[in-house]
Unconditional design. Structure first.
Length: 319
């Protein structure tokens, strides 16, 4: 088996058990160059059985040109949005992700964004660096406030645990809500509209798909409490940016802290970058050594397991 790797944001030492397991049964080759062109990626995957895909956008036209040997695309990430899954599976290629591998690091960062927004930390730090000493506005505390978590998957659950540490009231919306988890963790299940109407903080932790695209739009924002603080480490596309800008300018939204944008990187004239009550970071929620190790280890395991199962199915026997 030959596994090729284009991921540059996650690394494992050679002595890591996941690497050792792969090397015991496969050839493992990592590309030294970042941000391959389509032509370079096609050349790199020749003869490969599995691809560990980093930031590559793998669309249908590219998949059609992949070698017939390629059976698995394994992403060291939670999202699938960079791979055309339908096209891949139509060509007999399985697509895997690494759910839960970065949830602890992302949850940490969401709490960081909530506090930074609640206390206007970015503007204060900027003022101090520019010789200004003082407070632009009073902040708000977390204790006793209601946090609404939209999306109660691995990240949402990890955020829940951290919010309990701040003595917050926790409500949640998810179309596939685990009511046992809610009961065991003092989380109140709600409809989306109910959550929007009662939350002092709103955490966006849902996947981006057809049903969540621009879920936070003008209508949703109009249903929120005045002065709501929103933290987004889901995907930029779950928020209608134009509606968010209007909500921020009107004061309906007190602060928007986001680690994700619909277009990454954003253009220099993006309206969100021009507002003082916005923090935008460069999709760094999972950028910890811990998460990187977890993501790549899971991606490697997924690649070998998926390939083994596919080959067993093709030959009608266990490999």
């Amino acid at each position: 088996m030959r596994i090729v790797n284009t991921c540059q944001y996650a690394h494992l030492p050679d002595e890591h058990p996941a690497v050792q397991r792969v090397l015991a049964k496969a050839e493992f080759v990592t590309c030294e160059k970042a941000k391959l062109t389509s032509e370079e990626l096609l050349e790199f995957v020749q003869g490969a059985d599995a691809l560990i895909s980093g930031t590559d956008y793998i669309r249908a036209d590219l998949i059609e040109k992949f070698p017939k040997s390629l059976k698995v695309i394994s992403r060291p990430a939670v999202g699938f949005d960079r791979v055309d899954i339908v096209a891949a599976r139509a060509h007999g290629i399985d697509v895997c992700n690494a759910p839960g591998s970065n949830c602890e690091s992302v949850a940490d960062y969401i709490i960081c964004m909530m506090i930074a927004a609640a206390r206007d930390m970015y503007n204060n730090i900027s003022d101090v660096r520019n010789g200004k000493w003082g407070v632009r506005q009073k902040g708000v505390g977390l204790k006793g406030k209601t946090v609404g978590i939209v999306g109660l998957g691995a990240i949402g659950r990890a955020v829940t645990q951290r919010c309990h540490g701040f003595s917050m009231k926790i409500v949640a919306y998810d179309p596939y809500l685990d009511y046992d988890f809610c009961a065991e963790n003092a989380v109140t299940p709600m409809t989306l509209d109910e959550l929007l109407g009662c939350s002092d903080f709103i955490v966006l932790a849902m996947p981006l798909n057809d049903s969540t695209y621009h879920m936070i739009n003008a209508d949703a924002i109009s249903k929120m409490k005045d002065g709501v603080i929103i933290a987004n480490d889901a995907r930029g596309g779950v928020v209608d940016a134009a509606a968010m800008v209007e909500g921020l300018r009107s004061g309906k939204v007190r602060f928007y802290a986001t680690d994700v944008m619909e277009a990454e990187p954003p253009t220099a004239d993006d309206p969100l970058l021009r507002l003082d009550n916005v923090i935008v970071s460069s999709h760094i929620g999972a950028e910890t050594i811990d998460a990187s190790c977890n993501m790549l280890a899971m991606a490697l395991n997924n690649a070998t397991v998926s390939y083994t199962h596919l080959r067993a199915h093709e030959t009608g026997r266990n490999l």
